[in-house]
Structures are given as structure tokens and as C-alpha cells.
Design a protein around this ligand. Structure first.
Ligand code: ADP
Ligand code: MG
Length: 767
């Protein structure tokens, strides 16, 4: 563009330059030197015109005549910058144009050329007013500024009555007057008219020609017509063409030579682009509806594809097995407090107020702890639950004191069938089956509850319904069995997690602050003798850490075992450290540091977790640990699933692109027309982007409306209902983004194909 500017500096206001010899030379506005135009078709080359020499100046009214096919239209198109030429040189305002880029031609058309065609090239779905407004908006007018000018112009061409009539409803003569009005609004120094009266009756033709003359005083007018008589009164020059050549070029009247006044030009504002884009959305109803349904289809297709992936991933998380947790119901979330403190009543209140949560399990530990209960040949094992969970029993009776429990059995429990008859007469022992430690809580079974069978239970498995006092007692033991113990002895660090294995037991005979160790531990002390050595015992588990400083009092041997401990079974205690009851309680009698809650519906898991986190709790979702357990395997499946999603999305893109391409074919003329009017490729592309994006947005809003209706239960479509539950608000945002990006890709791809050729080329393909 720099070049054109320089040129203007040279031609200043009057189109003349001062040469050294003081002679005034008038530069032609348009000059052709041996210019030829060829049409390249598949297997032939046709000549449009051949080696034309021509100079055209401001103030001229040039009439071109000649038989059909002689190259008149081709010549006008080349002059208008709508088509390329293949040979020779063309000068615009003294500047050679062979180096012109597409953008240079765009600017040239904007600043210099007003076109009028035999077939009008109006936007048929716009009103008269809108057709004229279109040019002005592209010339950077505001809607408000344009208004006065448009009304004035409409008056000039005598169409005030039809201002708000759609152009498609006008007669040919009226249409051509709109086209003239449009050229007038564009206000360029050159008006190019290709058989403007070719489709009009004689009376209309006369009016149009007169009008054309009236608006073109002090401009360069180049007009092609078959009917020379009609223009004779106005013509200053007559050119005849035949077979692609100029055969006659005659001055009829002397025209005044005038300086060039370029059309003024400002770029269309973004606001007006949006305005036009939106106008185009609704402008042709059928097209709008077709695009709308295509986008709605696209949205729903993407939605089902996306939500089915979510569903699959979700289901996959639910199946799984976890080594650390015994109770692997996916609804379970384990909580502790961010400040590491114990849970109190106010915590339970807070958590209860979250209505996504169904249950709080204060004795979280017991969810994952298995117990065995046994006597003689009868043996059961399973988990303990609070007696409050049941209201009645199916056999026997409900407990009457703290030492009675209810046994929950599944239908075909073998041990139960065996023991049935003597069950209620026995005092059972109970043991933590993980630590193997007997819990000092003798109990009897007073009732049996039949449990609904579920998947994956072991045939001997039971649920033990116990009183609160059992939990109190067992908690100490469970804390102990879940803890890692670490001894610091004579600079050695010995951990049950790494390099040593031992048990810790309370013993009545041991004094507080003291410990009785086992023989082998002596190897860590000087001279293999630990007595009177101080040792630190630290216990740690996922909830807390506690430590004690202990003085080693002595060590057990087969001989002294009974006298030291008061116990008889040495063989079971070869690797036992005994401490006082008091110290034992200090280590393990701890309040609740961790609880479990259960959500009503696993679909709300993320929301519940977010709420809990925000209220000061750390969370661990069982469902998520299950998923992680499969690690890489699930990873691979997910990658494949995502690939399938991507491939399907791409396929969908091309299907939709193909359909939209067909729908948009009817819009090609519109986009060619606005380019003829002076829109750049870029601007036309923006309009198309806005148009499609807006349509996509409407489809998306309607889609959201449908979802809302389904969610509210106003329509009952199970299929959609099922998918909606897996969709979170961010999924809707993501879906929206994917849709918008697809829409932009579609319009860009389409625009690229549409605009890659010269305007006339595109236009010809469509007409
Ligand atoms: P006129 O406007 O004088 O009737 P045109 O400029 O339309 O003539 O055509 C000039 C010549 O170029 C004709 O021989 C015509 O066949 C040829 N021509 C015009 N347009 C094309 C085209 N798109 N492809 C091939 N040849 C064309
Ligand atoms: Mg023609």
C-alpha cells in the first residue's frame, strides 16, 4: 500500500505533476498498455480480450459497444480490479499494477470503483435501505451517520416509498436504481456499469441512464451497452469492440480534464461487523433454520459422545479393588481435619449440614478392620457395625446389655448353618484379625439378622452388630494394629516398617516409664546387654504420632518369662515388648482423628469433596483410590477412549462441514457482492465467522434449555437423563468451547475456499 500512497503524494490534488521543463502532463486515471486477458479452463484457453491499449480520464463518459462475446465485460472487470490480467501493463493513477497484491486490489476497489451490473448484484434478502447501508457501513460510517445519507440517496433515485421493501420484491428498473443508489453512496471517482439497462424496458432504461448521468458528473463513467442511442446524449467518447480488440475509439464531446479525488475510506467498525453478522443470521429464514438444526445436531452428538466417555470412565472407577481399605463402597470419603485436631460435635454438625452426605461414620477405623469371633469349632469373621444400625432381629432377640451382640449373616453362611443350634449358648472370643490380637471383650450372640445378599462376599463373612463400648475398647487395639512402631535404642533406629518385627503389649507387672524387652533386642546394646538403657518408642499411624521415653528394666527368657510378666505362654511372646497399661493407653487411647462419610449419590462426589475441603477437611475418596489402583491399565484404556473421541469429533467436523458447505452455497453471492462493494477478504471472513458463531450459540442455548427441561423432569427421556448426571458445569463450558472452535474452523475453512480466487472467478462459479 505504501506505493499507492507515494503515488498520491506525487499527483497531489489536481492529478498533475510538475516536470523539470515546466510542462503540465495529465496522468490518465486508467491506462492499459498491450493488456490481454485469458481464461484458463480445464483443457482450453479462451481469450477475453487481446492486446488492448486504452487511456481513460476523469470527467469522461465512455460508452463501450460491440457484439456479444467481444470482450466488453472482461475489460470492465479487469479495469474494476475484479479480475486479473495476464499480459501487458495496467496503470492506475500512473502506478503500474503488475505487483499488486490481493490487498492492493481490495483497496483500489474500495477507493476508486463503483460497479453496476446487468443483473444488479443486490442482496435480495435485504431491504432497499439495508442494501445502501451495507456500502456505507463498509466505508466506516456509523449506523447513525449513515441514516441521513441513505434517506437522501433513496430520495435521489426516487425509491422513498420502497425504502423498507425487500429488494427481491422490486421490479428490474427499481432494482437497478438501488444499484445506482449504492454506487452513489460509495462515492468513488470511477463508475463502471456493465449493460445496466440490459434487463430493463425502454422507459425504465431511460430513467436509469439519466440517473446514472446525473450522479456521475465529474467522475469517470465507463458503460457497456447494446443500445447506444439511449446513452448518446451523455456520451463523451465511444469505443467499439470486436473479437477482443478495440476497433473504434472516438471522442464525441470534449470532456473537462479534472484532478482525481479519491473516495474517502474508513474501515468498518467491529460493532458494525457484528451488527451485519447478526443481520445475516436471520436474514434468510430457511438458511437460519438449516444451520440451526445442523448445530443442534452437532451439539447433541458431541454431548452424547462426551458424556458417554464420562460415564465409562466413571463406571470404571467404581469397579476395582483396593488393598488398603476393606470397605470400598465408592460413596465413601475419608476425612481428617486440616488442623490435625480431633473431631468434635461441632464438626459433626457442620458435616451433617451438607445435604449431599447421607451418613457419618465416626469410627472410621472399623470400616476397614476385620474381626474374628470364635469358640470351639465355630468361627466367623467380618466387620463390626454399631447396633444402632438395626431395629430388629430375625432370630433370637435384641441385646439387653453391653456384652451381647447380634450376628448378621448372609443366606448361605456355612459356619452359621453348622453352629445354629448351639450359637446362643456360647461365650465367644473376639480378635482383630489383622493384628491377630485378642480383644479383651468376651461376648455372646443374642440374635441373628439375615442380610440381603450382595456381590463378592466370602461365604463365612458376617457383620457383627456391637455396642458403642466395644468400639471404645477395640479402638485402642485397632490404633495399635495400624501403627508403625519405631525404637531408638543405643543410636540404632529400628522400625517395624523396615528392619524389625515385634509386638507391643500392656502388662500389669510393668511400671510406668519402664519396659521389658525381648532377648534378641540386646544385640543392639553394648556388650549385648540392654538393661537400664533408655530407649524411645515412637508410634505413628495415619492419624497421629506419639512417643514415650522408656527405661529398659530387663528382658524375657524362657526361664524368667512367667515371673516377669505373670503370663505363661512364652512362645507367643518371643518378640514382645511389655510396657505398663498406663503407657499403653497413652500411646493408643486416642479420640477420633478420622471419620468416614458417605455421599447419597456418587455422582455428587466431586461436589461433596469440594464442600468438605472448603470447610477445613482433608478428603480421601475411596472411589478415586480404586481407580488409581489400576494405574497404567486404566491409563491405556483412557487414552484409547480419548483417541476414539478425537477421531469421532474430527469425523463429525467433516460431516458437519460438508452439510454447512451445501447450505452456505447460497451465501456465496452475498460474500462476492460485499467484496465487489469494497469489503476485504478479512472483513468478509469476519462476517461469516460471526454469522456461524451466532447460529451455533443459538443452538447451544436451545440445547441448554432442553437439558434444563430434562433436568427439571418436564420431559422424561431416560437416555438424556442418564447422560446429564455425568455433566458438570465445566463440562458445559468445555462443550461450548469445542463447539465454538468447531464453528470458527468451519467458517475459516469455508472462507479460505471461497476467497482464494478473484472475486469474479468466485462470482462466475455461482451464477
Ligand atoms: P461480452 O461482455 O462482450 O459479451 P465477455 O467479456 O463476456 O464478452 O467475453 C469475452 C470472451 O471471453 C468470449 O469469447 C467469452 O467466451 C470468453 N469468456 C468470458 N468469460 C469466460 C469464462 N469464464 N471462461 C472462459 N471464457 C470466457
Ligand atoms: Mg458482457
Amino acid at each position: 500500500m505504501q506505493k499507492m500512497k507515494n503515488q498520491h503524494d506525487l499527483t497531489v490534488n489536481d492529478g498533475c505533476v510538475n516536470l523539470k521543463n515546466e510542462e503540465m502532463i495529465i496522468l490518465s486515471l486508467i491506462k492499459l498498455k498491450g493488456v490481454s486477458k485469458f481464461y484458463y479452463n480445464k483443457n482450453s484457453i479462451a481469450s477475453g480480450f487481446n492486446k488492448i491499449n486504452l487511456e481513460l480520464n476523469m470527467g469522461e463518459f465512455v460508452v463501450i459497444t460491440g457484439e456479444s462475446g467481444s470482450g466488453k465485460s472482461t475489460l470492465l472487470n479487469v479495469i474494476s480490479g475484479l479480475d486479473s490480467y495476464e499480459e501487458g501493463e495496467m496503470y492506475i493513477n500512473g502506478e503500474e499494477t503488475s505487483h499488486y497484491t490481493e490487498q492492493d486490489y481490495e483497496l483500489y476497489r474500495r477507493k476508486y470503483i463503483g460497479n453496476i451490473f446487468q443483473h444488479f448484484n443486490l442482496v435480495n434478502s435485504y431491504t432497499v435501505y439495508q442494501n445502501i447501508e451495507l456500502v456505507l457501513l463498509f466505508n466506516g460510517y456509523t449506523k447513525k451517520d449513515a441514516k441521513g445519507k441513505i434517506n437522501e440517496i433513496i430520495k435521489t433515485v426516487g425509491l422513498t416509498k420502497y425504502k423498507n421493501t425487500k429488494v427481491s420484491k422490486l421490479s428490474g428498473g427499481q432494482k437497478q436504481r438501488v444499484a445506482i443508489a449504492r454506487a452513489l453512496a460509495k462515492d468513488t471517482p470511477i463508475i463502471v456499469a456493465d449493460e445496466p439497462t440490459g434487463n430493463l424496458d425502454i422507459a425504465s432504461a431511460k430513467t436509469v441512464m439519466k440517473l446514472l448521468h446525473d450522479i456521475s458528473i465529474n467522475k469517470l463513467v465507463v458503460i457497456v451497452t447494446h443500445n447506444y442511442e439511449q446513452v448518446e446524449p451523455y456520451a463523451t467518447r465511444k469505443i467499439s469492440m470486436s473479437d477482443g480488440k478495440i476497433v473504434e475509439d472516438k471522442i464525441i464531446k470534449k470532456s473537462e480534464s479534472l484532478g482525481v479525488v479519491e473516495g474517502t475510506y474508513k474501515s468498518i467498525s467491529f460493532r458494525n461487523k457484528v451488527r451485519l453478522g447478526i443481520r445475516n443470521v436471520f436474514n434468510i429464514k430457511v438458511k437460519f433454520l438449516l444451520l440451526f438444526f445442523v448445530y443442534l445436531f452437532l451439539t447433541i452428538a458431541m454431548f452424547s459422545e462426551y458424556s458417554s466417555i464420562k460415564k465409562q470412565n466413571f463406571d470404571q472407577d467404581e469397579m476395582g479393588y483396593n488393598y488398603y481399605f476393606n470397605d470400598t463402597r465408592p460413596e465413601r470419603i475419608i476425612l481428617n481435619k486440616k488442623d490435625k485436631k480431633e473431631f468434635d460435635e461441632s464438626d459433626f454438625k457442620t458435616i451433617n449440614s451438607i445435604n449431599l452426605i447421607k451418613d457419618i461414620f465416626k469410627d472410621d477405623l472399623f470400616l476397614d478392620t476385620q474381626f474374628s469371633i470364635y469358640k470351639d469349632e465355630t468361627y466367623f469373621y467380618g466387620t463390626a457395625k454399631t447396633i444402632r444400625d438395626i431395629k430388629s432381629v430375625d432370630e433370637g432377640r435384641m441385646p439387653e446389655n453391653d456384652k451381647e451382640v447380634v450376628l448378621g449373616v448372609y443366606g448361605d453362611n456355612f459356619s452359621y448353618k453348622q453352629a445354629k443350634d448351639t450359637l446362643f449358648e456360647k461365650k465367644f472370643n473376639i480378635e482383630n484379625s489383622m493384628s491377630g490380637k485378642k480383644i479383651d471383650y468376651p461376648m455372646s450372640i443374642c440374635g441373628v439378622k439375615y442380610l440381603e445378599s450382595r456381590d463378592n462376599y466370602y461365604s463365612d463373612e458376617v457383620i457383627l452388630y456391637v455396642p458403642e463400648s466395644f468400639f471404645e475398647k477395640a479402638r485402642i487395639d485397632v490404633n495399635a494394629s495400624f501403627s508403625i512402631m519405631e525404637l531408638t535404642l543405643n543410636n540404632h533406629i529400628l522400625s517395624t516398617n523396615k528392619n524389625i518385627s515385634f509386638q507391643l503389649k500392656p502388662n500389669d507387672k510393668v511400671k510406668s516409664g519402664e519396659a521389658i524387652i525381648f532377648q534378641d533386642l540386646n544385640s543392639y546394646c553394648n556388650n549385648y546387654y540392654c538393661n537400664n538403657t533408655n530407649m524411645n518408642l515412637k508410634v505413628s499411624n495415619i492419624y497421629y504420632e506419639e512417643s514415650l521415653n522408656l527405661k529398659i528394666k530387663s528382658y524375657t527368657t524362657k526361664e524368667n518369662f512367667r515371673s516377669l510378666t505373670g503370663l505363661s505362654n512364652y512362645d507367643d511372646n518371643v518378640w514382645t515388648i511389655f510396657i505398663s497399661n498406663e503407657d499403653y493407653l497413652r500411646l493408643f487411647d486416642k479420640p477420633t482423628y478420622q471419620i468416614s462419610v458417605f455421599v447419597k449419590d456418587t455422582k455428587d462426589l466431586d461436589d461433596a469433596i469440594a464442600m468438605l475441603e472448603s470447610k477445613g477437611y482433608n478428603t480421601l475418596s475411596i472411589k478415586k483410590t480404586l481407580a488409581n489402583n489400576f494405574g497404567e491399565f486404566i491409563g491405556v484404556i483412557r487414552i484409547i477412549r480419548n483417541l476414539v473421541f478425537i477421531v469421532a469429533t474430527i469425523a463429525l467436523f467433516f460431516i458437519v462441514y460438508f452439510i454447512i458447505k451445501i447450505i452456505l452455497k447460497s451465501r456465496n453471492i452475498y460474500y462476492s457482492t460485499i467484496r465487489i462493494l469494497g469489503s476485504t477478504k478479512q472483513q468478509a471472513k469476519t462476517l461469516l465467522n460471526i454469522e456461524l458463531l451466532f447460529d451455533a450459540n443459538i443452538a447451544y442455548i436451545v440445547f441448554l434449555g432442553l437439558i434444563l427441561i430434562v433436568k427439571k423432569g418436564l420431559i422424561d427421556i431416560d437416555y438424556i437423563k442418564d447422560m446429564v448426571v455425568y455433566f458438570k458445569y465445566y463440562d458445559y463450558i468445555l462443550l461450548y468451547l469445542i463447539l465454538s472452535i468447531m464453528s470458527l474452523l468451519i467458517s475459516n475453512r469455508y472462507a479460505h475456499k471461497l476467497f482464494k480466487n478473484s472475486v469474479m472467478h468466485t462470482y462466475r462459479e455461482e451464477v
